[in-house]
Design a protein around this ligand. Structure first.
Ligand code: HEM
Length: 441
């Protein structure tokens, strides 16, 4: 008997693969929740895309997984679909020792004092965006939040200032990433993975990617020669100067891949988180009234609660390699992907009383989220590098919007969630009306 038969894979539905696939495509939350109730906290599924994968619904099991070895649990492999965009040296795609090296070189840019340096850029970007909002007519918040977070990345991460160069890079980046966030984005990625020049969509994408690369490689060369590089506060410059334990710096290709990774990981996600937070706030008068007091601690709780109830990324993955992995008494063989379900864990009544209610108070003093119960940023050695950056940006933007604007929801009901590539977005972009011109900055 093989090792994995000895303990076995977790139980799961015996439905034909095509029906399980339909369950995921047409009713993922309900289908997954029904299976969890029937089979327990670890469930094996089988779809047309993946013949065998395991989903986890319990914080204890997620802890075991997140604490496991990165040599054996490959998140990079689980993210492989993003390869054609990010490049193979991206921290999101590497595993084991190579991943850790890259991650260590990037970490200092996202901590403490360095983070504080970005606050002004965030505030300024929020104010500029707010100044462009129409008055008295309905508009969707999501696209506006996307330009806002893109501007923050252009300035804080890439270190550009207002001007022709910033506009040129921004245009090229948008041409590359916009098609990915459309409903067909997932298909485009799958297509790119198979063959680089398959069809007009993929060709256009390739063209856009080449243009981004050209601009970035030219800028890398220029900055490497810049005498004041060490005085700059952006992440791009810090990456050029970072050295590993052996004193080696990142290559041009590695810097390029990490910059595109930070853009892709940090732009759409934060914009979506902000749009959801405002949707929830504008439909919850009591919470909105308290948030309007401007208390920073309460705003933090609003953000945490909104990332709980509307997690931007519904789940993460780890592919088992080498030896089988033991999780919750099961032994999962190499080749199988394990997926903690962020969405399901965040809605469990045993963990969050009245889990469907938007109640920021649960995260105020004493009610701080547990590391494995509140997991919108994943966990372990793969936890989101930009988690503090994103939460700070969300807090600053919310503070500016709430203190300057009178917004109301354009519709009585909350938005429905739609899966776009790997993010859960508000389907109609959160429609709002600004009732009077924003107050002065
Ligand atoms: C609300 C906003 C955000 C959400 C919900 C989010 C969520 C996530 C999640 C779920 C992961 C995977 C973690 C895992 O596999 O355990 C991740 C990874 C990552 N995120 Fe974020 N993220 C956000 C914003 C950002 C920002 C602003 C940046 C950078 C500017 C960023 C950079 C990254 C990077 C580099 C990784 C890969 C880490 C690694 O593999 O070691 N993210 N994020």
């Amino acid at each position: 008997m093989s090792a994995h038969n000895a303990v076995g894979m977790p139980p799961g539905p015996r439905l034909p693969r095509v029906l399980q696939t339909a369950g995921f495509i047409f009713g993922a939350p309900r289908f997954i929740e029904a299976c969890r109730r029937r089979y327990g906290d670890a469930v094996t599924f089988s779809t047309l895309f993946d013949s065998s994968f395991v989903m986890l619904f319990d914080p204890g099991l997620v802890k075991e997984l997140f604490q496991g070895s990165g040599d054996q649990l490959h998140a990079g492999e689980a993210n492989a679909l993003l390869g054609p965009v990010l490049g193979e040296r991206s921290v999101l795609l590497l595993d084991g020792a190579e991943h850790l090296r890259q991650r260590r070189l990037m970490l200092p840019s996202f901590h403490g004092r360095r983070l504080q340096a970005y606050a002004e850029v965030m505030r300024e970007s929020a104010d500029t965006e707010i100044d462009g909002w129409p008055v008295g007519q309905q508009f969707p918040l999501l696209p506006s939040m996307q330009s806002l977070t893109l501007r923050v990345i252009m300035r804080a991460i890439f270190g550009y200032r207002d001007g022709a160069e910033e506009r040129e890079l921004q245009r090229a980046l948008r041409a590359m990433i916009d098609p990915l966030s459309r409903p067909r984005g997932m298909m485009l990625l799958a297509l790119l993975g198979r063959s680089r020049d398959d069809g007009a969509l993929a060709r256009r994408f390739e063209q856009a990617r080449r243009q981004v690369d050209q601009i970035l490689f030219a800028e890398i060369t220029r900055r490497r020669e810049e005498p004041g590089l060490a005085d700059r506060e952006d992440v791009f410059s810090a990456l050029l100067l970072a050295e590993d334990e052996g004193g080696t710096r990142l290559s041009d290709k590695e810097v390029r891949d990490e910059l595109v990774t930070l853009l892709l990981a940090g732009h759409e996600t934060t914009a979506t988180g902000l749009a959801w937070t405002l949707d929830l706030l504008l439909h919850s008068p009591a919470v909105l009234a308290r948030a309007l007091d401007g208390d920073a601690e309460y705003l933090d709780a609003v953000i945490k609660e909104s990332l709980r109830i509307r997690p931007v990324i519904p789940g993460v993955g780890r592919v088992v390699r080498g030896e089988p992995v033991r999780v919750g008494g099961y032994l999962i063989p190499p080749g199988v992907e394990i997926n903690p379900s962020i969405r399901v864990i965040h809605r469990r009544e045993e963990l969050y009383a009245d889990a469907g209610a938007f109640r920021p108070e649960r995260f105020l003093a004493g009610g701080a989220p547990d590391t494995y119960t509140w997991i919108p940023f994943g966990g372990g050695t793969r936890r989101c590098l930009g988690a503090s950056f994103a939460q700070m940006e969300m807090r600053i933007v919310l503070e500016r919007v709430l203190s300057r604007c009178a917004l109301r929801a354009a519709r009585p009901e909350l938005e429905k969630a739609q899966l776009r590539t790997i993010t859960l977005v508000p389907r109609d972009g959160v429609l709002v009306v600004q009732e009077r011109p924003p107050s002065a900055r």
